[in-house]
Design a protein around this ligand. Structure first.
Ligand SMILES: [Zn+2]
Length: 171
């Protein structure tokens, strides 16, 4: 079996790659995959926390996942829901989008787009695929609530403390 793929694009991030989740491919054992997804979700949450503007609440974390990562969107959502209450908050949603696999067969030269991970050419069945993508795992955007009028909480708790009633008014 011979295949080529573009060099390791498995960044978790808005370009900034935080850590490469490794080279997980379709045949990861189920338990390994679960651990793997838990750590990916932890990284995504950490990344979202870092990138969300101060004082804002993350409503949605949008992620694209390549088919060759072997990552299960359901498992990611499961871990996200388990971890969000103590991190981003219960309002946060994880929006996972699987990216179709694009490539070309080196034997028959046909190009293809597949909704599933494949290792042989859909036309001639030869295993000589040159894949354009599949390893991606990117946090593409965050939807945040930045505390507009419907939230009148002070964004900066320090500020609130400085203005505590009973203290001299200062200037
Ligand atoms: Zn072919």
């Amino acid at each position: 079996m011979s295949k080529t793929r573009p060099g390791g694009a498995c960044s978790v991030g808005f370009q900034a790659s935080v850590a490469c989740p490794g080279t997980p491919h379709a045949s990861v054992a189920v338990e390994e995959a679960r651990v793997h997804e838990a750590s990916i979700v932890e990284e995504l949450i950490a990344l979202a926390e870092r990138h969300a503007p101060p004082g804002s609440r993350v409503l949605s974390v949008q992620v694209t996942v390549g088919l060759l990562t072997g990552v299960s969107p359901d498992a990611m959502r499961f871990y996200f829901e388990a971890l969000r209450d103590d991190t981003l908050g219960p309002q946060a949603e994880l929006d996972v989008r699987l990216v179709p696999l694009r490539g070309r067969c080196s034997a028959c030269q046909r190009t293809f787009v597949s909704e599933e991970a494949i290792w042989t050419c859909p036309a001639c069945n030869e295993p000589f695929l040159s894949l354009e993508n599949g390893d991606e795992l990117d946090l593409t955007s965050l939807v945040v609530d930045d505390g507009e009028p419907d939230h009148d909480r002070a964004e900066d708790p320090q500020e609130e403390r400085r203005r505590r009633p009973g203290e001299p008014a200062g200037a």
